[in-house]
Write a new protein. Structure first.
Length: 459
């Protein structure tokens, strides 16, 4: 492969001028004749170009190749506007793949051949490179205030640590490789404010749908789940992610497969109108959540999470039992409502908190309590139509004071597909049965609670 950096709008001072603009040749055996191939393998920066010397007209062809320009019928004698790509000599077909073409640009090409009698041209062919963006390779940490600007694609193939303020402008695309992630520590902060028409995208290096073929491999690769690691927040205050897309994340990060991972000091954030899609999952992994808030996502006033969308993930979100999740988040693809998540639910860390009132009002998907939640202070409200499910065993249940369970709400087994759908993602492989989970112990009455909306419990 020849690596010609062709910028069609610039003057190329190194052209060799020796031929004039002629009409396409006739196919006469005694006349120098060449045809132009239709360009193939077109990406945002590459194309395979070539032609065929049909007849040398009785005199050996000493030069052949392609003339390329932004205007019709390019030649090699106009260095101010046209560029020349030489490809050997002699009769027959010739072609090569050329890189460095400007993205989203329409160009004209003509094959040419030169012998002692002059130069002949093939017909003019038109092609357009795919859309693309200037590439900025990010290899160093963000230790001083930095802005990533609109129109660029930022490529990350390693772990990039943010310890200062990183501002990401609307329309910026961040593409990451297998070892790529962004880690925020200490006083680091990310301010990523996209817009409805210029969303900010975090995606795979193989994702050609935004900013074109950034890795320059044509159609050789396509984006897959787990193509990059995650966004890891473990520091800073006031992170903002507005109208951002997180796609194809979830490579194995020490047992975690997540798009966003919140750790000890990273819970001060706002995620609004963001999309989390195509996050990887794998057999044997327990931490397979598109958004991992865990024990640290516990206060909706500190960790703001609104109007977000999850689809084609394993489990959408994991959060603390004290967190009142806004029901305006959704759990399906708006463009294809049938596309949801493998285990379409809200996973809850069993923390009751002290003197905290928590509300469970989501009705689109069920909540799953990941343990035996004990709450001796504050209150818990499971609102109309809400469903809370429990995995099998005597370590899953509620031991709660001041629980308000609406008459239309249910406490039930995770195997209960009739309520809240197939939450454990196993189809018809399992069915609910008595004693599937421990039960609900009412601290006010010091007794196990029962009712028509408390199903399949041991007690």
């Amino acid at each position: 492969m020849k690596n010609f950096k062709i910028i069609l709008i610039l003057t190329i001072a190194t052209l060799i001028a020796s031929c004039s603009k002629d009409d396409a040749p006739t196919a006469t055996p005694n006349v120098l004749s060449v045809t132009t191939d239709t360009p193939t393998g077109i990406t945002s920066t590459d194309a395979t170009l070539g032609g065929n010397v049909v007849s040398d007209g009785g005199s050996p062809v000493t030069r052949r190749g392609i003339c390329i320009s932004l205007t019709i019928n390019p030649t090699i004698d106009d260095p101010a506007n046209d560029d020349v790509l030489e490809m050997g000599a002699g009769l027959g077909a010739f072609s090569d793949t050329f890189t460095g073409l400007p993205p989203n640009t329409t160009g004209h090409i003509r094959a040419f051949a030169t012998n002692s009698t002059g130069t002949a041209y093939g017909e003019d062919k038109v092609f357009t490179t795919l859309g693309g963006c200037p590439i900025v390779n990010v290899t160093a940490g963000i230790a001083a205030p930095t802005t990533w600007t609109t129109g660029n694609v930022y490529v990350i193939n390693s772990s990039v640590t943010v310890t200062s303020t990183l501002t990401i402008e609307p329309g910026v695309v961040i593409k990451l490789g297998l070892a790529g992630n962004i880690r925020v520590n200490n006083a680091g902060k990310i301010l990523a404010n996209g817009t409805a028409t210029n969303r900010i995208v975090f995606t795979s290096i193989a994702d050609d749908s935004v900013c074109g073929d950034t890795n320059g491999d044509g159609n050789a690769t396509t984006p897959q789940k787990g193509d990059w690691l995650n966004l890891y927040l473990n520091g800073g205050n006031g992170h903002i992610f507005e109208k951002c897309d997180f796609k194809y994340a979830g490579a194995n990060d020490g047992g975690y497969r997540c798009a966003v991972l919140i750790s000890v000091a990273g819970a001060s954030f706002s995620f609004d109108n963001c999309i989390f899609a195509h996050t990887a999952s794998s057999t044997g992994f327990t931490s397979q959540f598109a958004f991992y808030g865990g024990a640290y996502m516990k206060d909706a006033a500190v960790s703001v999470f609104t109007n977000n969308i999850f689809y084609d993930n394993n489990i959408p979100i994991y959060l603390n039992g004290t967190y009142s999740l806004n029901p305006n988040n959704s759990y399906y693809n708006p463009a294809n409502p049938a596309q949801k998540n493998a285990k379409n639910c809200i996973w809850v860390y069993p923390d009751g908190g002290n003197n905290i009132s928590v509300n469970y009002n989501e009705t689109e998907v069920a909540y799953v309590m990941d343990g035996y939640l004990q709450k001796s202070t504050g209150s818990m409200n499971i609102g109309p139509g809400a469903i809370m499910k429990f995995p099998q065993g005597n370590t899953y249940g509620l031991n709660v004071i001041n629980l308000s369970l609406d008459v239309t709400a249910f406490l039930t087994s995770i195997k209960d597909d009739a309520r809240g759908g197939d939450t454990n993602g196993d189809g018809n492989a399992t069915a609910p049965a008595a004693n599937d989970w421990y039960g609900y112990y009412n601290r006010n009455t010091a007794a196990w609670a029962n009712g028509t909306n408390i199903l399949y419990a041991q007690n």
